[in-house]
Design a protein around this ligand. Structure first.
Ligand SMILES: [Fe+2]
Length: 478
């Protein structure tokens, strides 16, 4: 089957651990100093074994550093045990999202009693207390040095917050406090466990729990000034299947739309369960933002009508084309906390994925702009960047022929007053030139002001952060 042009970004890459200077076309803002660190899969085979799904590939970290001297780039594979074991043994040794290792009968039986969690943290990066960590959906953050990209080891929590599934998208307060959750499905009744991580002590405190018979696959969640909300889509798991089905992790989840979507709301400070409100079936990987509005909680998502998008990102399907795939659309869930009802409405007809906002200024607040990847030409995957005005549904677009951009990250200008005063950074795969470039857009006009081409193609990546050189201890942007 012929490959789609963007399949170049789904191809195993070499790492480039030594920093190399990149040429700059255009003019970078003089205030833009720091490092864009990105995370995503960069290796899709281990000798003659191949991973099945885009989410399975081994984590490759990328750093674009912007100084007075210009732009430099380096990349390194995360030295997780998933990676080092694969290197040492020449085979896939750890279960991934949709790929299991070949196991003997004895090994399969042992896995039932002692499930192994992968530390292939290939989804996102975050600041966790004093460390920068790479995250995936197992609760095994991997520390790394954001300047050298050296791997520093798995974070080992000294607590009892157990559960094999978590989110790679925790929320963060300006003082560094993190909010997140784990899903414990090791018992007949499963439990969502919300927790808060103290930035000064790096300790976790369980805030509240909520028991469910069939836990949902959730990739992210919502936080406002008052509430945390888990939007539980009807892509659900019978926990016994994980142990007994012999299928890779995600293939144990079933789409059961008759269950609807259950919105679980908790007080942010206490973890007290406030309500669970049903709404129509839907699916999303990413929340965009959420905010309190009187007696209502507004939760914005990049929403799909169902979960077929998960299947469309198996590598064979993804590399061969993107026909008949409907992009996610911005959708607002409005939860009435007095009447315990919810409504939802589409906020724009413009498709969007990997949405980002001006997190430091707007998370948990009413806001206006979201940036993301979009689809311009049907069947051509995410071939544009979009900026959507959530108050009008109108969108601005950036695209270039043969180019496939990654998640756009907003970096605010110093002392900015407007929500979109700053730049948007994206790593773009140019399939015609067979190389990638760092793209810098003016966020307000959404037009290019500079680019820095790398000498090689860089695999498409999932998420990143801009580490502001003037505020190195702050994670200003989710
Ligand atoms: Fe994500």
């Amino acid at each position: 089957m012929p490959s789609a042009p963007y399949a170049l970004g789904l191809t195993t890459a070499n790492e480039h651990p030594e920093s190399r200077a990149l040429p700059v076309r255009g003019t970078l803002p003089p205030w833009l100093r720091g490092t864009l660190v990105r995370n995503g899969p960069g290796r899709f085979e281990v000798e003659d074994e191949a991973y099945n799904h885009w989410f399975d590939g081994l984590a490759l970290l990328h750093a674009f550093t912007i100084t007075e001297a210009g732009v430099s780039y380096r990349s390194r594979f995360l030295q997780s045990s998933a990676y080092t074991e694969a290197e040492a043994e020449g085979r896939i040794t750890q279960s991934a999202f949709a790929t299991d290792p070949c196991r003997s009968l004895f090994e399969r039986v042992m896995t039932v009693f002692r499930p192994q969690l992968t530390d292939n943290a290939n989804v996102s990066i975050h600041r966790l207390a004093g460390d920068w960590v790479a995250l995936t959906e197992t609760p095994l953050p991997v520390r790394f040095d954001p300047h050298t990209l050296d791997t520093l080891g798995v974070v080992d929590y000294d607590d009892t917050l157990s559960g094999p599934l978590t989110t790679a998208h925790p929320h963060r307060l300006p003082d560094g406090t993190l909010y997140s959750y784990v899903v414990d499905f090791s018992k007949p009744t499963s439990t969502y466990r919300l927790y808060r991580l103290d930035a000064a002590t790096a300790t976790r405190k369980e805030l509240g729990t909520h028991a469910v018979r069939r836990p949902s696959y959730m990739h992210s969640f919502a936080m406002t000034g008052r509430y945390l909300a888990l939007v539980a889509f009807p892509l659900v798991l019978d926990p016994l299947d994980v142990l007994l089905s012999g299928k890779p992790f995600i293939e144990n989840f079933e789409w059961q739309p008759e269950r609807g979507t259950q919105i679980h709301v908790f007080e942010r400070d206490t973890g007290t369960h406030v309500t669970t409100v049903p709404t129509d079936p839907m699916f999303a990987f990413h929340h965009i933002n959420a905010f309190d509005d009187g007696d209502a909680l507004c939760i914005d998502l990049a929403s799909y009508p169902d979960a077929t998008i998960v299947d469309r990102m198996y590598l064979d399907a993804l590399r061969s084309g993107w026909d008949d795939v409907e992009m996610a659309r911005p959708e607002r869930l409005r939860v009435n906390l007095k009447q315990h009802t919810a409504t939802h409405e589409r906020l724009s007809d413009t498709g969007i994925e990997v949405p980002r906002i001006h997190y430091a200024a707007c998370n948990g607040q009413p806001y206006r702009y979201v940036y993301g990847t979009g689809n311009r030409t049907p069947g051509n995957f995410t071939d544009e960047l979009v900026k959507i005005d959530m108050t009008t549904g109108n969108a601005q677009h950036w695209h270039a022929d043969g180019c496939f951009p990654s998640e756009p990250i907003f970096a605010a200008a110093p002392r900015s007053t407007a929500e979109d005063e700053g730049v948007v950074l994206s790593v773009v795969l140019d399939t015609e030139a067979e190389r990638s470039f760092l793209l810098v857009l003016d966020a307000e006009s959404f037009t290019e002001i500079a680019r820095a081409p790398a000498p090689q193609a860089i695999p498409l990546s999932f998420h990143g952060q801009f580490l502001d050189a003037d505020a190195p201890l702050q994670d200003l942007h989710r």
